[in-house]
Design a protein around this ligand. Structure first.
Ligand code: B16
Ligand code: MG
Length: 220
């Protein structure tokens, strides 16, 4: 029986990827002399801040050019810029259908937790007016491994005091689906089914997410 839902944030509840991209593109250009493109951006989804910087440096063939201290400075600068961009977020930035879906889950008393790699997640939920929907938020700083490792989604279920088999995980990134599956939870992909082909159930976009369809597929 399904007892709880573990949510990714970026790409599932709201689209912060465009702000991450804007912030990284600026730092990459201004400080690293690297011009990134949308295909690099795809690789940054669900990936931690420092891992994102390392992907960009590798893309620009500059992976050996900076010390850890310098990298920390770039990452902090990117985050300052990103935080300024997300400070204007409001409930209007919730992806289509997700507020209704969260309301439906709340009405049926499901546990809800957040499994986002973002250290800014509490701030984003506050801007969206969704803080009270989530019983627990996994602290990404407490993790030894990022997605695709199962740790983050396993913690998301554990914080709700439910077994992995009683949890449904929702994700828009392939690495996230791998994390959910590795944790032994029911995986729901949101996005291109060709990319998210390992998901137990897939919806093309958030507007199509349906609790009835998830329950039916879970019971199968
Ligand atoms: P921060 P998610 C992830 O969020 C983003 O997809 C990823 O692009 C970002 O680098 C990561 O959070 C860390 O974010 O710099 O705010 O700590 O998809 O796991 O909700
Ligand atoms: Mg995501």
């Amino acid at each position: 029986m399904i007892k709880g839902f573990v949510f990714d944030l970026d790409g599932v509840i709201t689209d912060t990827a465009r702000f991450h991209y804007q912030a990284w593109a600026k730092i990459a250009q201004d400080d690293l002399g690297i011009t990134i493109n949308p295909s690099v951006n795809e690789q940054l989804k669900g990936v931690s801040r420092m891992d994102s910087l390392n992907i960009i440096l590798k893309f620009g063939h500059r992976e050996n050019d900076f010390t850890q201290e310098q990298k920390e400075v770039f990452a902090t600068k990117k985050n300052d810029y990103y935080v300024a961009l997300i400070s204007h977020m409001t409930p209007a930035d919730i992806l289509p259908g997700m507020k209704e879906f969260l309301d439906e889950l709340r009405a049926e008393n499901y546990g809800m937790s957040l499994a986002s790699a973002s250290k800014n997640a509490p701030r984003i939920l506050a801007g969206l007016g969704l803080t009270t929907y989530f019983d627990k938020i996994v602290d990404p700083a407490s993790l030894r491994h990022g997605k695709p490792d199962p740790e983050i989604f396993a913690k998301g279920a554990a914080l709700l005091n439910i077994k992995p088999s009683e949890a449904v995980g929702l994700e828009d990134a392939f690495a996230g689906i791998q994390s959910i599956n590795g944790a032994g939870e029911f995986s729901v992909g949101i996005g291109d089914p060709k990319i998210l082909h390992e998901a137990d159930l897939n919806f093309n976009c958030t507007a199509e997410v349906s609790l009835a369809k998830i329950k039916a597929a879970y019971a199968d």
